[in-house]
Each structure stands twice: as structure tokens, then as C-alpha cells.
Design a protein around this ligand. Structure first.
Ligand code: SF4
Length: 153
């Protein structure tokens, strides 16, 4: 898995102070996508063990308390990303008790594969659905268009 950006302290992508990872790779090609540079699964940087350790350490940091981890992109549920994302969310839940995980995907909840659903066992909140430009609404919290749904799992 590759990633585009990592924000160790973020107050925009999800509630509270968080760490946020933007992974590489997305196949949805939404019109008006603000993040087209993330579409290529080979773009960005390799998400390696050191980066995973870095995120765990940030979530355990008591100087700046993070409420949890946000996973966006790109698409964390792109099939090519599932192995890396599953390993990460398992580690967060095992090693960072009390931290929540929010995940944004362009896939729709009721169309997810078994492999994608396996990731959701470790996710607290899913925001699903493609960005639809004709339904865009900047006043919506944590989503770009009104077709997208915030699901508390
Ligand atoms: S799902 Fe997100 S990253 Fe992918 S094309 Fe749509 S808006 Fe862009």
C-alpha cells in the first residue's frame, strides 16, 4: 500500500484532534474530485512498518491527545489497499485502546465485498458513497455531498 499524506495532528477530518492518513489509489473517478492526485495506486510513498509504528506512537502520545485515527484517500477500501489497511486497523484496536477509527470510502455500504467488510469490524464510523458534484454541500459535516452517509457501526 502507498499513501499520499499523513497528518499527525488534524482537527478537520473527523471529530476532535486526530491523526489522519490519506492512502493512494481510487477507482471511483468522481466528477469534481478534489484529490485526483491520489487516484494512482502507485503514487505517493510506500506505507511501511516504520510508518505504521509512527501512527501507533502518535495515537499513544499523551502530550497531544488524539481522539482517534481517520483513514481517507484515495480509497482505503480499494482492493489493493485492503491488506495494508486491515493490518493497520487491527494494530490500532489492539495497541491503542479507546481510540476511534473513522474511514471514508467511495464504495457504498450494501455493495461491499466480504474482504472490505472484514476491515469494518475494526472501524467505528464509516462515511460511504462517491462524491456527487450535483449534491455537493460544503455545510455538511465530514462529507462532501448529501448522498454520502455517516454510519456509526
Ligand atoms: S472517492 Fe474520493 S478520492 Fe475517489 S474519486 Fe471520489 S472524491 Fe476522489
Amino acid at each position: 500500500m502507498n499513501y499520499q499524506q499523513y497528518y499527525p495532528v488534524d482537527v478537520v477530518n473527523g471529530p476532535g484532534t486526530r491523526a489522519t492518513l490519506f492512502v493512494s489509489g481510487c477507482e471511483h473517478q468522481c466528477r469534481g474530485c478534489y484529490n485526483q492526485s491520489t487516484w494512482d495506486v502507485r503514487s505517493g510513498h510506500l506505507f511501511d512498518k516504520a510508518m505504521e509504528d509512527n501512527i501507533i506512537a502518535d495515537l499513544l502520545d499523551t502530550r497531544i491527545v488524539r481522539r482517534g485515527l481517520s483513514l481517507s484517500g484515495g480509497d482505503p477500501l480499494l482492493p489493493a489497499n485492503l491488506e495494508g489497511i486491515l493490518a493497520l486497523v487491527k494494530r490500532v484496536k489492539a495497541e491503542c485502546p479507546g481510540k476511534d477509527i473513522w474511514l471514508w470510502t467511495g464504495y457504498v455500504w450494501n455493495e461491499l465485498s466480504d474482504e472490505q467488510r472484514a476491515v469494518l469490524e475494526y472501524v467505528d464510523v464509516l462515511v460511504d458513497g462517491k462524491f456527487e458534484q450535483n449534491l455537493a454541500d460544503p455545510s455538511l459535516p465530514y462529507r462532501g455531498s448529501s448522498n454520502q452517509v455517516i454510519r456509526f457501526l
